[in-house]
Design a protein around this ligand. Sequence first.
Ligand code: SF4
Length: 261
Amino acid sequence: MGEQSGVQSVNHESRTLSAEDVAELNRRFQGATPEAVLRWAIDTFGSKLALASSFGAEDMVVIDMLSKIEPPITIFTLDTGRLHEETYDVMERTRERYKVAIQSYFPGRDAVEALERERGFYSFRQSVEERKFCCYVRKVEPLGRALKNADAWITGLRREQAATRTGIGVVEIDASHGSILKINPLTDWTEPQVWAYIREHEVPYNALHDQGFPSIGCSPCTRAIKPGEDVRAGRWWWESPVTKECGLHLDSKHGDHGKSS
Ligand code: SF4
């Protein structure tokens, strides 16, 4: 890793970063603001950096923060074909507010046609395997295409969001996508922090959040939660909490052997 204007950076050969490099970055970012992490990411990766957004509350915070940092980076989303109307609405409001282009990635036409022809329109309710297959077709494969030319990507993941996310680092090696870097600037943020930021900066957000949806994915796989329920209880509610990932955020390594950064 090199040193650049007093900010330690990795070069664009991040696919070769070691677990030790990433552990060092996580130590460096302990207590850093999300804005500082984003600034570093833009300085380091430039046009090879992308933001993956499903336009949930956390993603909107990151988009707002990035809008105040130059130069703009690519925002992409996975349009699964099963999203809520409210999600398209917030995407459009984001385009207008921040004057940004949003790059949609659709699932492969042949794959969706085969999925619906051979397995039906609600196959994801039949088993975890069927649900993961649908997520693979509609999310995982398109994400691979979206990240094909990226050296790093940013997410709005937080540790307290899910049982599957308690060990995430600010910086991780994404082994599922050619060992590029995955950067999670809101790792340590709490839900009240997210909403305080949204209110203070008047950030647009998905209207479903006001209807009891803390976590929003595809329409048939997301429901409102009741008071006291876990924030991910409304995602694939027929499954165990430990299976509740769509495959977009698995297999990352943050170089500190499971310890919090
Ligand atoms: S969230 Fe549901 S509809 Fe969306 S890709 Fe996954 S299984 Fe399919």
